[in-house]
Design a protein around this ligand. Structure first.
Ligand code: IMP
Length: 201
């Protein structure tokens, strides 16, 4: 069965496809169908935003569509930046580097021991008959005081993962994927898809 990934990011396709192909799903990027939709992420939860993206692409293509939404949630900031992680700071000219430095600056006052944070990912599949399957994954750690590590992207260099004793930007990508929010969401998704009967297709 063909499922369209509501994303322009080929790296996401590779990571999600590694799981969904086991269930007989042929995952394709929306661009492969000539679809160029940029959905406004107007939701206030990862669940809402990933649904909005998947639903828009399902309606445009008539095919089942999948989307993910993710971000970093900082306890001491009441969950910010959360769904606004990619837009943190509000200035579109800011880079990933600028945003992580802004987050460090905005948490300067937060003492050690109270710097808990989590990456969260929600993956949503919307089928043309309206059926919705959602899976959420998290990884819990702490904000560092300065960036460390060259792997990964976004906030990885300032996210310390205690079980590994390093930031997620210092972990090799396979190691990070095995324990990451997206990796965990994919494991949940795999189980939910199997329950929904996908394994038989
Ligand atoms: P999305 O593409 O709308 O889901 O935006 C997610 C944002 O959250 C990205 O811009 C990153 O800054 C951040 N983010 C999500 N996952 C990760 C991760 O694994 N490492 C570092 N930053 C992440």
């Amino acid at each position: 069965m063909k499922v369209v990934l509501a994303s322009k990011n080929p790296h996401k396709l590779v990571e999600i496809d590694a799981i969904t192909r086991k269930l007989g799903i042929e995952l394709i990027l929306q661009s492969e169908l000539g679809v160029d939709i940029d959905v406004e992420e107007t939701g206030t939860t990862f669940e809402e935003n990933s649904f909005l993206k998947a639903n828009a692409v399902m309606q445009a293509t008539g095919l089942p569509a999948m989307a993910d939404d993710s971000g970093i949630v900082v306890d001491a900031l009441g969950g910010a930046p959360g769904v606004y992680s990619a837009r943190y700071g509000g200035d579109p000219s800011m880079t990933d580097h600028d945003r992580k430095m802004l987050l460090l600056k905005n948490t300067e006052h937060v003492p050690d021991g109270q710097r808990q944070a989590a990456f969260v990912a929600v993956i949503t599949l919307v089928e043309p008959d309206g059926r919705v399957i959602q899976a959420r994954g998290e990884i819990h750690g702490e904000l560092t005081r300065e960036p460390k590590g060259e792997n990964g992207f976004g906030y990885d260099p300032i996210f310390y993962y205690p079980p590994a004793g390093m930031t997620t930007a210092e972990m090799p990508s396979e190691e990070k994927n095995a324990v990451s929010h997206r990796g965990n969401a994919l494991k949940v998704l795999y189980e939910k898809l199997k329950e929904a009967g996908y394994a038989d297709k």
